[in-house]
Structures are given as structure tokens and as C-alpha cells.
Design a protein. Structure first.
Length: 305
């Protein structure tokens, strides 16, 4: 009897999407939002604020930010716990944590001196008539100043992680995740089912993040459109010096600190810049670091071998 061996057919090459990349779409959304806000601005009629089309679409930006915020807590919790438990060695984890704290302190100190030097030399705020703080804002500043170091330390510990997640208190979620991950790593193989569940949760959340990021161009367009429609292009020109100096300082900081660390750990600086371009655009246009956090974590996960 003759046996025929089926021939393997190579997989067809994946078709390249004709759509521009998500980063390009976000940049297009940024330019389109500026145009919409400029063409259809808001106005004051007889003392009544009338929102133009540019400001009327702001709910789209709010929707995008709410979508981002709803995935931050579960994404952080699952990735942090899996990362800590994956070390398997509490001493090694302690060394990594110590190095992270040292890096944070050194980088923060350099950033403070760099920022103070740029502000004192160029004085970007001169000539800008900023509105006075309201009574509520002054009370908030005074309440923050009244807090002691012990109060800040106590506030890091959540009374309930569910409550912290509901309120979006990321620091409390991080603290709980660290202690939970240490506990998981300490009991070893008995915690394997927990790690497996959280690994699956992390993968699901990364996939979920990908879906949410498809809405990013629309959210960015609505956010910048509402800003331009309400405040006009003039405010952007007035504060242009401040914005340029701020980003010039960030570039200098990135070259000195991030570039130095990249050379130290042998990670190509150009590859790092390519990885952060999309989270950077999202944070810039929405003025929210939270909006860029999920995509930053997803980018880091994709780059992990």
C-alpha cells in the first residue's frame, strides 16, 4: 500500500494594513483637532458661554480617558505581581528594588536642578497673566502643605485595595501589588495557580489595551479641539516659550539621563525612542500621564524577549 505524505503549504504572507500606524493616526488627530477648534470656536454671547463644535465634542476625549483609567488598576496589579513573583528570589528582588530607588532618586535630583536652572535663566513665566487661584484651590494647597511626612507615608497604605482601585489611587494599588507579589514569591510553587491566573489576566488586559488604543486618535482630536476652541490659538502662542523650554529641558534630560542609562545597560537609545513615541504623543495631547501608562506597559511587554 502506497502512503502519500501530504505536502506542507507555507503560510501566506500577512497582508500589510493600508491604514497608517496608530502613531500617525494620533498625529493626524492632533492636527485635525487644532483645525476643528480653530474653525468652530466657543464664544460669549451677552455674558453666556456658547460652546462651539470644537468644545462640544469634548465628551469623546472624556470617554477615552475613562476607558484608559478603567484598565490601569487591573493591568498594574497583574503585571506587578507576575513580575515580582517571577523573580523567585526575594534577595534578587530586593537588589532590583534598591537599584530602582537609587535610579529614581538620582534622576529626580538631576531633573530638579535642570528645571531650576532653565527657569531661572530664561524666566519663561514673565509676561504671562495667569488667573488667580480660587478659594477652593488655595484651601487644597494649604491642606497639602499641612500634611507631614508621616501622613504621606500612611496614605500610601490602602485600607481596601478595591476602594483604591475604585478611586484610581495608583500608588496604593502599587503598594498592595508589591506586598501581594512578595507573598506569592515567598510561598513558591503553591502559588503557581495564582500566578497562572494573573499571567492570563495580564495578557487579556494587554489585548484590551490594544483595543482601547484604537480609539486614541479620536480622543486626542477631541481633547485638543476643546482646548483650542475654548482658549484659542493665542494662548498656545503666549505659552509657546514655556512649552518649548519645558520640552527642551525634557530632551536634555532624556539625552543625559536616559541616554546614559541606555549606554550603561547596552540598550540602543534609538530603539527606546521608537518605543515611546506613541505613549509620548498620547501624554502630550491629553495632558495626562495616566492616559499613556497602559500603552507604556504594553510596549514594555512587547519588547521583552
Amino acid at each position: 500500500m502506497k502512503i502519500e505524505i501530504p505536502q506542507t503549504v507555507p503560510d501566506a504572507p500577512a497582508r500589510r494594513s493600508r491604514m497608517p500606524s496608530n502613531t500617525t493616526q494620533i498625529f493626524i488627530g492632533l492636527l485635525l483637532g487644532i483645525a476643528i477648534g480653530y474653525v468652530w470656536p466657543s464664544s460669549d454671547v451677552n455674558g453666556t458661554h456658547v460652546a462651539g463644535l470644537g468644545e462640544q465634542i469634548k465628551p469623546l476625549a472624556d470617554t477615552f480617558l475613562r476607558m484608559i483609567k478603567m484598565i490601569i488598576a487591573p493591568l498594574l496589579f497583574s503585571t506587578l505581581v507576575v513580575g515580582i513573583a517571577g523573580t523567585g528570589d526575594l534577595r534578587a528582588m530586593g537588589r532590583i528594588g534598591l537599584k530602582a530607588i537609587i535610579y529614581f532618586e538620582v534622576a529626580t535630583t538631576i531633573a530638579l536642578f535642570l528645571g531650576l536652572g532653565i527657569v531661572n535663566f530664561f524666566q519663561p513665566g514673565v509676561g504671562v497673566n495667569a488667573p488667580a487661584l480660587s478659594t477652593e484651590s488655595l484651601k487644597g494647597v494649604q491642606s497639602i502643605q499641612a500634611h507631614t511626612g508621616w501622613d504621606l507615608l500612611v496614605s500610601l497604605i490602602p485600607t481596601s485595595v478595591i476602594d483604591a482601585m475604585a478611586r484610581g489611587d495608583i500608588l496604593q494599588v502599587v503598594v498592595f501589588s508589591i506586598f501581594f507579589g512578595i507573598g506569592v514569591a515567598a510561598i513558591g510553587e503553591r502559588a503557581r495557580p495564582v500566578v497562572d491566573v494573573l499571567e492570563s489576566t495580564a495578557q487579556v488586559m494587554f489585548k484590551f489595551t490594544g483595543y482601547v488604543m484604537k480609539f486614541a486618535p479620536v480622543g486626542v482630536m477631541a481633547a485638543i479641539s476643546a482646548t483650542v476652541a475654548k482658549m484659542g490659538l493665542g494662548i498656545l502662542l503666549t505659552l509657546g516659550k514655556l512649552v518649548l523650554l519645558m520640552y527642551a529641558g525634557l530632551i536634555v534630560f532624556a539625552v543625559i539621563v536616559v541616554g546614559g542609562v541606555s549606554a550603561l545597560i547596552r540598550v540602543p537609545f534609538s530603539a527606546f525612542l521608537r518605543a515611546i513615541k506613541e505613549p509620548f504623543l498620547i501624554a502630550f495631547t491629553t495632558a495626562s500621564s495616566e492616559a499613556a501608562s497602559p500603552d507604556s506597559l504594553r510596549t514594555d511587554d512587547d519588547s521583552t524577549p
